[in-house]
Design a protein around this ligand. Structure first.
Ligand SMILES: Cc1cc2nc3c(=O)[nH]c(=O)nc-3n(C[C@H](O)[C@H](O)[C@H](O)COP(=O)(O)OP(=O)(O)OC[C@H]3O[C@@H](n4cnc5c(N)ncnc54)[C@H](O)[C@@H]3O)c2cc1C
Ligand code: FES
Length: 510
């Protein structure tokens, strides 16, 4: 089994150049987009079509973020959400959300057809189901609310899944696709029309200047833009305080070959633990993608067990011939179930889009439609729904306070010497964890060749303690989801600098 996203492993793209500017040669553009995921590339393309000169700065490679590790469903069905949105935000706002999400699905279909992108786009029903009788009423409420809001929703208990469901809400005519091939198509079209994408170009600072331009700093150059779109899943550093208004959550994925044809529907179980499935077309009709076991980043000590549990479910539910790929990834949740899209509280030159709650292929496309209008100084009717400067109602503020108390507790815990830290000599090859070096706790990882790699066990974002993730060999931060490789380089999250690497002289282990 390959430890890689099935999508990234099966979509070849040439590497693009890194930004290189001389000291006197800032790169000046109308719009700089930070991040080459679905939000960044869709925004870049749509803004370019409105006559703007756009540059994309991507820390790694196009699609290397969550988009390339997603399930690849593009649907207005976001688990169960519409009955809740009506209750929390009122029918008018919920209706606008529904209308925007329907338009987002069709925007993807339109781009694929217009740009002739080969990304296996397939129409299929999306099902959200329960297997528990006590949850039936939630499904009924959702089907009723979604249909009232104009969505193609129907209640059913008949599905093509190989088990009985208590009830399901079906949205007809939704989409699944190959997300990395889709992004490759967007990138090619954007570049062919004169756009620039720089890879391996991490933005480390975003500063508004006195002349109202915005300067973006990267290790290899500077870009000056009239407007900036921050499409990096979560804005870096402290920008807009979004790190404190969202929670990071990971999920696990498998690409599976069955002995029989897989269900052709896309399905998601709303009971815990969650299970999401959809066809995987590359190996033919027997391919299936299985995703689930979500948990807050850094909060699950047994990450290998998450894969084993998901695999166990796949094997007991379907007739599995082989599992070819496994991967995991993360996204950010907001306290009121709406994303933040638009201007942060203190800027009219910087735009953000974050908080997609594991539905950002759809919501992120909608975000790009909104952002492209704002960049062209046009009104967008959906902007108030996603208002990026909102604090939220009493319920969401309560949730924010609770989340941030948890972060505070982590920070306090991080100040102590960790009593569980082991002598470094106890780490076996391939193993990582907190180790004690001369009375100090540091993060240690012994690579398969036996070499010990040590890093600070505190996050470079705001100093929370890091947790070892054995399944991904990474250091993960529960506070706001930053993640680091064993050598301290950034993998995810709002951190802009690598982890400190304390000098450790390990005695000869013989
Ligand atoms: C397991 C899983 C399954 C999912 N499945 C689905 C699904 O089926 N359908 C759906 O609608 N949604 C799904 N989602 C959610 C969806 O994938 C995300 O919401 C969406 O991909 C976010 O897109 P993005 O462009 O904002 O972020 P990303 O795709 O993460 O792109 C952000 C990019 O910014 C870059 N970057 C970060 N920091 C910097 C920096 N400082 N400078 C420069 N570049 C930077 C990153 O390298 C990255 O390439 C899923 C999420 C998860 C975790
Ligand atoms: S991500 Fe904020 S402290 Fe680690």
């Amino acid at each position: 089994m390959e430890r890689s996203s099935v999508w990234l492993a099966t979509a070849e793209r040439p590497r693009l150049a890194t930004l290189m500017t001389g000291p006197q040669a800032d790169h000046a553009v109308d719009v700089a987009v930070v991040g080459g995921g679905i939000v960044g590339l869709t925004t870049a393309l749509l803004a370019q079509r409105r006559g703007l000169r756009v540059t994309v700065l991507e820390a790694a490679t196009v699609g290397a973020g969550t988009t390339g590790y997603s399930t690849g469903k593009v649907t207005a069905q976001h688990g169960l959400i519409y009955a809740d949105l009506v209750q929390r935000h009122g029918e008018a706002k919920a209706r606008q959300y529904a209308e925007a999400m329907r338009a987002g699905v069709e925007q993807v279909a339109d781009l694929v057809s217009e740009l002739k992108i080969s990304c296996d786009l397939t129409r299929a029903p999306a099902l959200a189901y329960t297997q528990l009788p006590e949850q039936r009423s939630r499904i009924e409420d959702e089907a009723r609310a979604a249909a009232r809001l104009g969505l193609p929703a129907r209640l059913t208990d008949s599905t093509d899944l190989p088990f009985d469901v208590e009830a399901a809400v079906a949205f007809d005519d939704q989409i699944h696709f190959h997300p990395s091939r889709y992004l490759a198509g967007l990138a090619d079209a954007f570049i062919a029309a004169g756009g620039e994408i720089f890879e391996d170009t991490r933005v480390t600072a975003i500063d508004e200047q006195r002349d109202r331009t915005v300067e973006l700093t990267t290790p290899t150059g500077t870009v000056v833009a009239k407007q900036v779109v921050v499409a990096s899943l979560l804005p870096p550093g402290l920008l807009g305080g979004y790190f404190a208004r969202t929670r990071p959550s990971r999920s696990y994925g498998l690409a599976v070959r069955l002995r029989d044809p897989a269900p052709t529907s896309m399905a998601i179980r709303v009971d815990t633990p969650g299970r999401s499935t959809r066809p995987w077309l590359d190996p033919g009709p027997n391919g299936l993608i299985v995703v689930g076991n979500g948990h807050e980043t850094g909060a699950e000590p047994e990450t290998e067990a998450m894969y084993a549990d998901l695999e166990g479910w796949a094997r007991t539910t379907f007739d599995v011939e082989a599992i070819d790929y496994r991967w995991s990834s993360q996204d950010y949740f907001t306290p009121d179930r709406l994303p933040y899209v638009g201007y942060p509280p203190t800027s009219d030159a910087i735009l953000v889009a974050t908080g997609f709650q594991k539905w950002g292929l759809n919501i992120g496309t909608v975000a790009a439609m909104v952002l492209a209008d704002l960049l062209a100084r046009k009104d967008n009717p959906w902007l108030p729904v996603f208002d990026a400067s909102r604090i939220g109602d009493v319920r969401s503020v309560g949730k924010l306070i609770k989340d941030n108390l948890k972060v505070g507790q982590e920070l306090i815990a991080g100040r102590r010497h960790d009593p569980d830290a082991r002598p470094a000599s106890e780490l076996r090859p391939g193993e990582g964890g907190l180790v004690d070096i001369d009375g100090h706790t540091v993060g240690g990882y012994r690579d398969p060749a036996g070499v010990l790699h040590t890093v600070s066990a505190r996050c470079s974002h705001l100093g929370c303690p890091l947790h070892w993730n054995q399944a991904e060999t990474s250091w993960d931060c529960t506070c706001h989801g930053s993640r680091f490789s064993p050598d301290g380089s950034i993998l995810d999250g709002p951190a802009v600098g690598p982890l400190a690497r304390p000098e450790v002289n390990e005695p000869d282990l013989g």
